[in-house]
Design a protein around this ligand. Structure first.
Ligand code: ATP
Ligand code: MG
Length: 402
């Protein structure tokens, strides 16, 4: 029997009491969706573990493992070898399936979990028998029950037994789709993709809103944002991306509003536009990548002035993060290399020479009156561009509802 499966350990999902079933269902659906192009798999949950079992020899286990590693709600995962439920079969499977790690380890122990209570050996007996067999097969090994290099795990389940080594850490968090829906204001920078990822990690389904100001911002800059979202969607699942044209609004702010308040006024219009799109998309909140004190528009006073333009809650998961912490996460998510490509953003064109770092709301509101804000917003929101971002580099394809 050469069957191999992937075991995914559920994290907080398991703690959600009565909601547990609903959380598990969403998680299973998310894993199934993520594995669609990796082959035929059965995905089922039993006892805080999701079993990902290939249905034929064509299934791509490496790809499936990579995908499971990025599903929120999974705290740990491992590939496991399946064995018939007899002691000799389990012993042989442990030796063959874990040969490489057994060779590389000096000390080990065996731990057995038996959910099939009809299996004729109790867990400690299985552990002892498998341990003795491995000691004979790999004479360099010693048993260490306190701090072993390797823990050989045997699970005796209803239909078969599984052997595996220590699980790897999963993406953590809770399943996307269990935590409502929010719209992330996404730029081509380092911060907003990380902010999006953090909220998705807490179960939030994402819609993305991007402001573009052609010809000041290029098609390449837009493409960069799409590529960033594709990376985020490897974790967050499908993301609808709405692009709003801000050219005319930005030109008007540049030409008519007080220069030193230009940035904060622009940001207020961003929030207003985002809020309208978010409502249309059924989102309950906005997300930005702001971090306190990072730039002039991210002082406490500037953020307060910006926030005053929105009624919806605005989440800023990076507010207390240092740049180095954000960079570390961007590496982990895979967005870092794309983010540092030099492309313009609508926030970086027409930047005032001396932006006011402590704007006062009253003066901002007065300054804004110089333009027809409502008319310009309506114009910007008239024909937003919409694409559907999906993991696996399939971004931009029309949504097939899957
Ligand atoms: P980022 O790295 O995310 O670009 P930043 O530190 O460069 O952030 P700003 O450019 O001031 O900061 O932008 C602050 C936040 O405003 C961003 O994190 C993002 O949420 C939003 N934002 C900025 N530019 C855009 C844009 N073109 N479209 C949509 N949202 C934007
Ligand atoms: Mg930016």
């Amino acid at each position: 029997m050469d069957k191999e499966i992937i075991l995914c350990k559920l994290g907080e999902v398991a703690l959600k009491g009565l909601n547990r079933r609903a959380f598990e269902d969403v998680l299973i659906k998310n894993i199934r969706r993520r594995l669609r192009d990796a082959g035929q798999f059965s995905v089922t949950a039993r006892q805080s573990t999701v079993y990902v079992e290939p249905q034929d020899g064509d299934a791509d286990m490496d790809l499936a493992e990579e995908r499971c590693a990025k599903v929120f709600g999974v705290v740990a995962y491992t590939r496991a070898g399946a064995a018939e439920k007899s002691l000799p079969a389990i012993q042989e499977k442990a030796a063959a399936y874990l040969e490489e790690v057994l060779e590389d380890s000096s000390t080990f122990k065996v731990e057995c979990k038996r959910s099939d209570k009809k299996f004729p050996y109790k867990s400690p007996e299985v552990s002892a028998e498998v341990g003795a067999y491995l000691l004979e097969k790999f004479p360099h090994l010693r048993v260490d029950v306190h701090r072993p290099d390797l823990v050989v795990r045997v699970e005796v389940r209803e239909a078969e037994a599984f052997v595996h080594a220590d699980p790897k850490p999963g993406a953590g968090g809770i399943p996307v789709g269990t935590g409502g829906k929010a719209a992330v204001l996404i730029s081509g920078g380092l911060d907003s993709p990380v902010a999006a990822w953090m909220m998705a990690k807490r179960g939030v389904e994402l819609t993305a809103i991007h402001f573009a100001s052609p010809p000041y911002t290029s098609e390449l800059a837009h493409r960069k944002v799409v590529r960033l979202l594709e990376k985020v969607s490897e974790y967050a699942g499908r993301i609808k991306m709405v692009t709003v044209n801000f050219t005319h609004l930005q030109e008007q702010i540049r030409d008519c509003c007080p220069e030193d308040l230009g940035t904060v006024i622009l940001r207020r219009f961003m929030l207003r536009a985002a809020q309208q799109v978010a409502r249309d998309e059924g989102c309950q909140a906005l997300i930005t990548g702001e971090s306190l004190g990072q730039v002039a528009s991210q002082t406490l006073q500037a953020i307060a002035c910006t926030d005053a333009a929105a009624d919806m809650p605005v989440f800023r998961p990076l507010i207390g993060a240092d740049k180095s912490e954000i960079v570390r996460l961007a590496y982990q998510i895979g967005t870092y290399d794309i983010s540092i490509e030099p492309h313009e953003d609508c926030c970086t064109i027409f930047t005032p020479k001396h932006p006011r770092t402590r704007p006062i709301l009253h003066f901002v509101e007065e300054g804004e009156k110089a333009i027809d804000g409502e008319g310009l917003l309506a114009e910007a929101l008239q024909s937003p561009g919409t694409i559907h971002i999906r993991p696996m580099g399939l971004g931009g394809l029309p949504d097939d509802g899957a």
